[in-house]
Write a protein that binds this ligand. Sequence first.
Ligand code: FES
Length: 367
Amino acid sequence: MLARHNQSKALQWLGKQLFNREDPAAFFDPLLERINPMWVQEYTPARVEQVLQETSDTRTFVLKPARRWQGFEAGQHVNICVEVDGTRRNRTFSLSSSPILWQKQGLITLTIKRLPGGRVTNWLHDHLDVGSVLGLGEAFGDFTVPEPAAPVLFIAGGSGITPVLSQLETMAAQDYRAPVTLLYYVRTSEDVIAREKLEALTARHPALTLTIIATHDGTAPRYLSDADLGTVPGLNARQVFLCGPKGLMDLAGELLQSRGVRERDIHCTFFSVPQANIEDQPLGGQVRFAQSDLEVGSEGDANLLEIAEAAGLTPRYGCRMGICHQCSCRKTSGTVINRLTGQKSGPGEENVQLCISVPQGPVSIDV
Ligand code: FES
């Protein structure tokens, strides 16, 4: 077993072994199988071809997945799997490249911001280099552009630009005919991700209008306002796509609705999945983790994943937002409330997503 400080070298060595192979899976699968046979079924190996520094805390990783990977639609997400300090970690990221790059060159990109305290994002920035290999799940999600073409407004914040980059590139390549506006909010002008690409897309695609707003460049913060929405022609006929931090998305949702944009025309991605108001219900209870032979009490709206982790367990998870289903487990008894929909489960056996299930009374889980 290699010492931890050699982990990044090991990844590069592995990458070199794959370098001249047509299909990295042919080499990588047997290795994965020795670590965990499930990985082979769940993940496709993808090799890092290039690392681009976008801003001081954001990098784009250009990846070459093995051929069996099924591809994606612009705006979709993927789970990735890496081993951090001996523990397998899964996370969900949006693809930032267009499917055309995948179709023509077999490449995809993930643009990832280093999050303060983020175990995986920091590890990726510190260890993932050209030649490294990670596990890649199949793409999922419905944050995809309308077909046939309809007027679109994107409101993106910070690294929430990533699925929008994929969509804009695809729209430009398809000569998308309806008007497209992007309002992109960043903290300072240094934090603009892919500025050159965005400006090139705007120059190439006349239907696209780009406005970049730095919220903290001036003496007073300058957030999304009703006046910003007033600059968007035909706002109420647009399909609106929101992707960014929760504060921005909540504000955008309120302002759009006060301008009469219909809820069904507003689409959110996993950065900002809306949550139901469940605080007025009795929440919490005794949770039994049957496989671990452990029972703990919970209070308030803590979800099963948080309760398990607080008890020292390490169940599998990805997005922690109810999107990727990686935390799905068997509930053998008890009632849980779905944090996203507010709906109550039945009392009996069923699969639940740990990260969005809040116990209501005693619950038993196969963890
Ligand atoms: S971790 Fe993704 S759905 Fe729970």
